[in-house]
Ligand binder design. Structure first.
Ligand code: ATR
Length: 499
């Protein structure tokens, strides 16, 4: 059964709501009228709203107890729902935490409408046993549909919702919040009947709701089914990742049944997340800050390159065996080679984390003459010893810039939201150098802006991002992606979202 995308209407006035209904009906067949958002809602206004719809509609009137906006009495609220049935609403939604006799009365007198009995937990996602109890309690009332919505405090909460909804055919279930987004995206895969998507940004009816445009055009949600293979990026700030634009466009163009999404994972959640990753047989992932080194503990093997680099940015799941790879080095070389030869060049690498390790590994292979520097000098020295390169103190940055041909920033300095920071200050540049940043959000980092001002050539972080993504795509799918499509997907997003 194809997933239904329901767009909630959250306008405050009848006029605006009618405008939003018209717009939403161009995009989907199901809308939810959140009548509690309408100021001074009454039976007359409800009639005008229901008369204006041409597709199916759920009427919902959330009380303040359920984090809604309805300020009238409980009796008035229930009367509005009864009125909605009379006015031929397709569905009415009533919450399990209101009076049981009232719920039964609505269900028994539903006429042509269908009933949804819903459970909301704005604090947490209860354990699976508790969720099943809630499901059974609602089921006993015999509504047409059951809706269970919880708050995800951790990405791992989503998996309980997947367990709950997997084998049920009357349930819509997902997690709210940024950490719950994967449950909204994966509704078609794990059997949730409806997923809710916002008409536009700032028109969300609940935290974490994704826009319908993104659901359709980034995640290709209508092509998703139970066989869809799941890939994502594991990162503490995975929501910043732009890889979803590049990979999903290519999956779609090549008719590959894959979807790529952010996996927002904190350090302390990583081990549990990888257990869930295995249990739910996710097909692969990218790995980003701060997990590139730590992840090696939890996977089954790392290929030779990733081992030498000491960091993993890609995981492939081969029949349950998780293998770590590193395509960052490949990305760095290709991004640099678009602008310059590397053999014999003097290169300064700033930083000593996972990113730096991949870049140094790549440059060594190309016979460059490398110097490494870092805020924490001991880390730079360890890396210098391991790769047999020079290290120098970051306090000498001005001289280091002067002495090298190419300068590469591998630190996170300048990354959104700290966009006004630069690892090299305005007075420390030397004209004519080639300056590369591996930070890609924003594409024009402060470092890049200052480098251009100082008449340096630049390589922005999106170049390495694209090339490392090409390497990942091949590992997951055994196919060559269309790199031009990756580029256009990325630049379209950057144009719309960044200055
Ligand atoms: P990754 O694996 O993605 O490279 P990481 O291992 O956390 O991430 O490394 C981040 C790099 O950015 C490190 O070199 C770090 O310097 P320290 O080793 O001194 O921690 C550097 N870095 C992060 N924030 C910084 C800042 N504000 N100033 C200077 N360097 C910074």
């Amino acid at each position: 059964m194809e997933i239904e995308i329901c767009v909630p209407i959250t306008a405050k006035t009848v006029e605006q709501a009618i405008e939003d209904i018209k717009e939403a009906e161009k995009l989907t067949d199901l809308i939810e009228l959140r009548i509690d958002f309408i100021e001074n809602i009454d039976a007359d206004k409800l009639k005008i709203l229901l008369d204006s719809k041409s597709k199916r509609v759920i009427v919902t009137c959330r009380s303040k107890d359920n984090k809604g906006n309805f300020s009238g009495s409980e009796e008035e609220r229930i009367n509005l729902l009864k009125k909605a049935i009379e006015l031929k609403a397709d569905f009415v939604d009533i919450e399990i935490n209101c009076d049981k006799n009232t719920i039964q009365e609505i269900i028994q007198n539903k006429k042509d409408a269908k009933t949804i009995v819903s459970y909301h937990n704005f604090n947490e996602t209860p354990g699976l046993d508790k969720l099943n109890e809630i499901y059974a309690e609602i089921k006993e009332l015999n509504p047409d549909l059951i809706k269970i919505v919880t708050n995800a405090n951790s990405i791992n909460d989503n998996f309980r919702i997947f367990e709950l909804s997997r084998y049920k055919d009357d349930l819509t279930a997902f997690c709210m919040g940024l950490r719950g987004q994967i449950s909204r995206i994966l509704a078609p895969k794990y059997g949730s009947l409806i997923t809710f998507a916002a008409l536009k940004e700032n028109k969300e009816s609940a935290p974490g709701q994704i826009t319908i445009d993104e659901m359709k055009n980034v995640y290709n949600i209508h092509s998703m089914n139970k066989g869809t293979k799941i890939i994502g990026v594991i990162g503490e700030y995975a929501e910043n990742s732009m890889s979803k634009y590049m990979h999903n466009k290519n999956f779609n163009q090549k008719h590959l049944n894959f979807v790529y999404m952010p996996f927002k994972v904190r350090k302390e959640e990583l081990e549990e997340f990888i257990k869930n990753f295995r249990k739910f047989n996710f097909a692969g992932s990218s790995v980003t800050i701060p997990h590139k080194v730590e992840i090696m503990k939890y996977i089954d093997e790392t290929d030779e390159t990733a081992q030498k680099i000491g960091a993993v940015n890609t995981i492939v799941n081969n029949n349950g065996k998780l293998t770590g790879h590193n395509t960052d080095y490949y990305g760095a070389v290709h991004a640099l080679k678009e602008k310059t030869e590397l053999n014999g060049k003097k290169i300064l690498v700033i930083g000593s984390g996972g990113g730096a390790r991949a870049v140094v590994y790549a440059l060594k292979k190309e016979n460059a003459e490398i110097t490494i520097t870092n805020r924490t000098m001991e880390k730079a020295k360890i890396l210098a010893n391991e790769f047999e390169i020079k290290s120098d103190n970051i306090d000498n940055i001005k001289k280091l810039v002067l002495d090298n041909d190419i300068i590469i920033n591998t630190t996170s300095v300048g990354m959104s939201p700290n966009t006004n920071e630069s690892i090299i200050k305005e007075t420390e540049f030397t004209e004519g150098k080639l300056v590369m940043d591996i930070v890609y959000k924003p594409v024009n980092t402060e470092l890049i802006i200052l480098a251009k001002k100082a008449n340096c050539n630049v390589i922005t972080g999106d170049r390495m991002l694209i090339h490392q993504a090409i390497g990942q795509f091949k590992l997951w799918t055994d196919q060559e992606p269309d790199s031009k499509l990756m580029e256009s997907a990325l630049s379209e997003h950057v144009k719309n979202h960044q200055s």
